[in-house]
Design a protein around this ligand. Structure first.
Ligand code: NAG
Ligand code: NAG
Ligand code: NAG
Ligand code: NAG
Ligand code: NAG
Ligand code: NAG
Length: 581
């Protein structure tokens, strides 16, 4: 009964979304939209519960049907979450005024990409949203004044994303520490506590390179925002090294320039806080300082047991330097994302350094994400040192040669517990025409990832090309077949623009399913299937729809073997949505 009610609610939402612009909003947009600007509207949506309005907005966003008029009617007082990330164009000054006036219960707000708002409008919006806990302003005109308004007004804020805000300099981030990071002469925020941030994403900010500043800022933030678990800023690992070594003097110039307390002072307060929390006597921290200050020797701290630690779990870093210090100061690290393409992160011949540095995280790392525009085979050792504990692996930008897929096999075998695997590759350059010989000694039964739930293999393609250059590639084909047939918990599969035939792989997997019983059917948990730009045929898609009972969505856009009439005549089964263009 509950299921039925749930289903009915969904149907109603779908219907509302479908008819939003032709029925629900029509009267309002015809008569009022451009003539008046209402602060408050009592409309049909005011009586719905918050979750329903939130679901409706999400649905309209997903279907790209959210209009200005619809938004006017949907900004109701009960809203608690609002994401306009896909609609930067809708986020205008009047819309902000409406949000500030009407939606004061909001705890989650996403304005990513809303470039047309001035920083003044942004700041004023936050005056009336005191309940915000999560805020994304990525890619907006957020500047110092906005940060100040955030610190002064959003005292509950736990999650802040200000990535790609080019008007913020690294030093501006010190504002997030509130009064703790300003000397009393800087009146306004001297009494404000630091934000209770759990996650802060602030990569790609500022225009100029101020590398020295970034490390100092990272050190200040690490010692002040003590609740941080997820952090993406420049210089994290180097800051950990600075803290561990007690090289506080290095930042004296910085603290004088920006009029902040000395890092040593901030460090003292941090150790005292920790001491208060964790020990009855704070002698230990003081003694540690006396014993270790000025020492160039990391092991001094290591001897003092690893008591002084940070809570960071999840970091995005731009440098492979000092990863050892990161691991030592932050023993809970379980997720690392590295952009090796960023200038100076690593050089091709230095992948071995990265591998060595990651060795320190062996057995504890659950997620690894690497952006690396070089050959897949270079990264095999790197993944292997942390593979045994990984639950999620993302590799992006890799180049391939015919022999790369044997490396891919090694990578997969090194990660037996993986649940999410996402790999973006560049196809082999056509000049590598030689087929890489399959070694008959390979024991394919060892390609077994029983916990895999999400699989993405995405090859890049030229937009000028209608279809990728397809060649037989037994190695890659066998790997895909093994994953599809043996990872029976797969829920989401994206195989995009593959450079090898795919249709026959699915046929084969389905064929096996016919033979065996449905409870061992390979794709029985599959819900989402994305096969853009592959050679899949409609007959195979129809069979998948009939056999995969949980399937909800299939994308077969730009699949050149499928024509409009086949798509129109597709089998209807349950509520499977099939996207085609
Ligand atoms: C202090 O706040 C006032 C208004 O609240 C503002 O005009 C002024 O610029 C602020 N001063 C500093 C140093 O930020
Ligand atoms: C600091 O040094 C003294 C004397 O060398 C030693 O007794 C003490 O245990 C050290 N304290 C810490 C926390 O390492
Ligand atoms: C660091 O300290 C340890 C123990 O006090 C010592 O054995 C080691 O030689 C020192 N290393 C350096 C580089 O000073
Ligand atoms: C069908 O299942 C049986 C036992 O579960 C297995 O031995 C056999 O290889 C399967 N057939 C195919 C084609 O996978
Ligand atoms: C399906 O794939 C096409 C082609 O890339 C894409 O433009 C479209 O947004 C996708 N459809 C859905 C509903 O995700
Ligand atoms: C309630 C509250 O603290 N409001 C503050 C919001 O921020 C502005 C300026 O940034 C302050 O002037 C308000 O006092």
């Amino acid at each position: 009964m509950k299921m039925a009610a749930l289903f009915l609610t969904h149907l109603c939402l779908f219907s509302l979304a479908d008819n939003m612009n032709t029925i629900w909003v029509k009267d309002y947009s015809d008569k009022y939209l451009d003539q008046y600007l209402f602060r408050h509207i009592m409309g049909p949506f005011n009586v719905l519960c918050a979750e329903l309005v939130e679901d409706l907005i999400k649905l309209l966003c997903m279907r790209k049907k959210l209009s200005r008029a619809a938004l006017d009617l949907l900004l109701v007082p009960q809203l608690r979450t609002l994401s306009l990330a896909n609609y930067p164009g809708l986020v205008t000054t009047p819309v902000c005024a409406q949000i500030a006036a009407r939606c004061q219960l909001l705890s989650y707000l996403d304005f990513s990409g809303a470039q047309q708002l001035s920083s003044k409008v942004l700041s004023q919006t936050f005056f009336s949203l005191p309940k915000l806990r999560s805020l994304s302003l990525a890619g907006t005109t957020t500047d110092k004044t906005v940060l100040r308004a955030i610190v002064q007004n959003l005292s509950l804020l736990c999650h802040l994303d200000i990535s790609q805000c080019h008007l913020i300099s690294p030093a501006d981030l010190l504002l997030l520490g509130g009064g703790a990071l300003c000397l009393s002469s800087q009146t306004n925020i001297s009494t404000v506590p630091p934000l209770p941030l759990v996650s802060l994403l602030a990569l790609d900010i500022g225009f100029e390179e101020q590398n020295g500043d970034a490390v100092a800022v990272a050190a200040y933030l690490l010692l002040t925002l003590s609740g941080l678990e997820k952090l993406a800023i420049e210089g994290i690992a180097q800051a950990c090294k600075l803290i561990l070594h007690g090289d506080f003097d290095q930042t004296d110039m910085f603290s004088a320039t920006y009029e902040v307390p000395s890092l040593k002072e901030v460090w003292k307060q941090w150790t005292q806080r920790l001491a208060r929390v964790e020990y009855d006597n704070n002698n230990k921290a003081k003694e540690m300082e006396e014993n270790c200050s000025g020492s160039e020797n990391e092991s001094c701290f290591m001897q003092g047991k690893n008591d002084l630690t940070l809570r960071l779990r999840d970091v995005q870093i731009l440098s492979c330097e000092s990863l050892g210090s990161l691991g030592f100061l932050c023993p809970a690290i379980s997720s690392i994302s590295i952009n090796a393409d960023y200038p100076n992160t690593i050089h091709t011949d230095e992948v071995t350094h990265l591998t060595k540095a990651l060795e320190g995280f062996s057995g504890q790392l659950k997620r690894l994400s690497l952006q690396y525009s070089d050959f897949l085979q270079n990264l095999v050792d790197t993944v292997c040192v942390v593979g045994s504990s990984l639950l999620s692996l993302t590799l992006e930008g890799l180049k391939t040669t015919p022999s790369s897929y044997s490396s891919l096999l090694t990578v997969l075998q090194a990660c037996p517990r993986i649940r999410e695997l996402s790999i973006s590759l560049e196809p082999c350059h056509p000049s590598f025409s030689l087929e890489y010989p399959i070694n008959h000694q390979i024991d394919w039964s060892r390609v077994h990832l029983p916990d895999l739930r999400r699989l993405t293999l995405r090859f890049s393609y030229e937009h000028s090309q209608m279809k990728p250059h397809i060649t037989q590639n037994l190695f890659l084909e066998t790997i895909i077949a093994c994953l599809l047939a043996r990872s029976s918990l797969l829920q989401k599969v994206s195989l995009i623009s593959l450079p090898c035939p795919l249709n026959c792989i699915f046929q084969e997997v389905l064929h096996r399913a016919d033979v065996n019983q449905s409870d061992s059917f390979p794709l029985r948990c599959l819900q989402h299937l994305d096969l853009q730009r592959t050679d899949i045929k409609m007959e195979t898609v129809n069979n998948l729809i009939l056999q995969c009972k949980r399937l909800k969505f299939v994308n077969i856009s730009f699949c050149w073997n499928i024509c409009l009439s086949e798509w129109t005549d597709r089998v209807r089964s349950g509520s499977v949505e099939v996207a085609w263009m």
